[in-house]
Design a protein around this ligand. Structure first.
Ligand code: FUL
Length: 473
């Protein structure tokens, strides 16, 4: 039952709990969280051989895009609302999309532009021009390099990263794939991860590094694009390694509640069944609605969405993929733009006492209302409209700059007659939590934090009426 509340406008400052020491994001990680959605591009010999995992013995001449245009990729990325592009500079087949001095299996040995082409050069320049962040996937596993499986290969990998940072930087995100098979000599590589991390740290300290276990961003544990409904940005990595020695997929999906390091999840998923372009999959491109559903399950659960859109053999993104991306952007902007509780009066609720809390609905994610105490009732925040609004989607935003705190929340939705219309229970909030449900008419949203480790900062609460078809099933 809803309590009768007393409104006091001039309260003495709320008692603040002593904050526990918890992992916090670095500046680069915090900026990464703001990226939310960006594109992955798998491109290389597999694009021409119709394979997913090239064997490494493909002739360089197979790589020969007829109309490569990285600006087209960027224009489509922009039209989709993506904020960056990560390209497979080297996939498991070892072929380098730049003329690396440390390999004989590169664009230089191909016929493309008479061996003078350089995809990384073109794409990094195009990203700069279009204001997109530029990221690089570089597979440690290399099925071509003659040194693979020996300690010399670690030098090769370090030197390749040096080339990338020096010639194509700034590199915003670096992607280390966890797959690790055998080299041409039948041996598995023992990677010098410590040295690899040191190289990035020294040469490009602002780059965020993705792998199964970070150090900066973790794999979400599946390639279907969904994060856990409980999603901690925290992970324990002690005793784990990349690849086969990584934490369980469930752990990667949800993180660790008391994890020692800030390592948030990124959801990598392809717009098509495969990662590389295959003509036979032109009819299997995900629809805008399916992409919206992925958005709810990734960004809407506090993770980032890395959506793979593979260029074809011309070196262009097909009309099928670009239409789906534009449609996806349209769905987001049409459905998640009109915050129906924007004009709400917003309160902080503390044991029956109300204080105005403008931060909750000022459209500014930097202003935050702290919820200092976790209890079942009468402590939390409230948004109130004069009249009922029909809504089926609520977006909660937790301020994560000082860590992630909420582990259990309750939403109570009331109508203008003070009748409780709906109760929603959840666990983590994180950067963003999008909750959808069958539409209800309400004028009050009450959020209670039922469990937290430190005071949870809520930056915004929004409510929308989205197309019924888009409600999460
Ligand atoms: C996996 C790779 O084996 C796939 O080919 C793809 O690159 C995916 C993103 O990561 O580990």
């Amino acid at each position: 039952m809803k309590k009768v509340l007393i409104l006091i406008t001039c309260l003495s400052p709320f008692f603040l709990l002593a904050q526990k020491e918890v992992p916090r994001p670095t500046k680069a990680q915090l900026a990464w969280h703001d990226m939310e959605f960006y594109l992955f591009m798998h491109f290389g010999p597999n694009t021409f051989t119709d394979l997913e995992w090239g064997k490494g013995n493909e002739k360089e001449e197979v790589f020969n895009p007829t109309d490569l245009d990285c600006e087209q990729w960027c224009r489509i990325a922009k039209a989709s609302g993506a904020k960056g592009i990560i390209i497979t500079a080297k996939h498991h087949d070892g072929f380098c999309l730049w003329p690396s001095k440390f390999s004989r299996h590169t664009v230089r040995e191909s016929k493309w532009k008479d061996g003078k082409g350089d995809v990384l050069k073109e794409l990094s320049a195009a990203c700069k021009k279009y204001g997109l962040k530029f990221g690089v996937y570089i597979s440690p596993w290399d099925r071509n390099h003659p040194d693979y499986g020996t300690s010399t290969y670690n030098n090769v990998f370090v030197n390749m990263m040096k080339e990338i940072f020096t010639n194509y930087g700034p590199i915003w995100e670096l992607w280390w794939d966890g797959a690790n098979g055998e080299g041409p000599n039948g041996k598995r590589q023992v990677y010098d991860w410590h040295r690899f991390e040191k190289t990035v740290h020294e040469l490009s300290p602002n780059t965020v590094v993705f792998s199964d276990i970070g150090p900066d961003i973790r794999w979400v544990g599946n390639e279907q694009g969904f994060a856990g409904k409980t999603n901690w940005n925290l992970l324990d990595t002690a005793g784990f390694t990349r690849g086969a020695g990584a934490p369980s997929q469930d752990t990667l999906n949800s993180g660790n509640v008391n994890g020692k390091s800030w390592i948030p999840a990124e959801c990598d998923v392809s717009i098509r069944p495969g990662w590389f372009y295959h003509k036979a999959e032109d009819s299997k491109v995900k629809t805008p609605e399916q992409l919206f559903s992925l958005y709810l399950k990734s960004v809407g659960r506090g993770a980032n969405l890395l959506l793979n859109v593979p260029p074809d053999g011309r070196g262009l993104i097909t009309d099928y993929d670009s239409a789906a991306l534009v449609g996806f952007n349209k769905l987001r902007s049409e459905n998640l733009i009109n915050n129906l509780f924007k004009k709400a009066t917003t309160y902080h609720l503390f044991h029956g006492i109300l204080k105005k809390a403008p931060a909750l609905s000022d459209g500014n994610y930097k202003t935050v209302e702290p919820v200092t105490e976790a209890v079942q009732e009468s402590v939390g925040v409230e948004l109130k409209m004069k009249q009922n609004k029909k809504v089926n989607c609520i977006v909660l935003n937790e301020d994560i700059s000082n860590g992630q705190h909420c582990s259990k929340f309750k939403l109570l939705l009331f109508n203008s007659k003070d009748e409780l219309v709906k109760e929603i229970y959840g666990t983590t909030i994180g950067k963003k939590r999008i909750i959808t449900f069958p539409a209800v008419s309400i004028n009050t949203i009450e959020l209670t934090i039922e469990q937290q480790n430190n005071s949870t900062g809520i930056s915004e609460i929004e409510a929308y009426l989205i197309d019924e078809k888009l409600i999460e099933k």
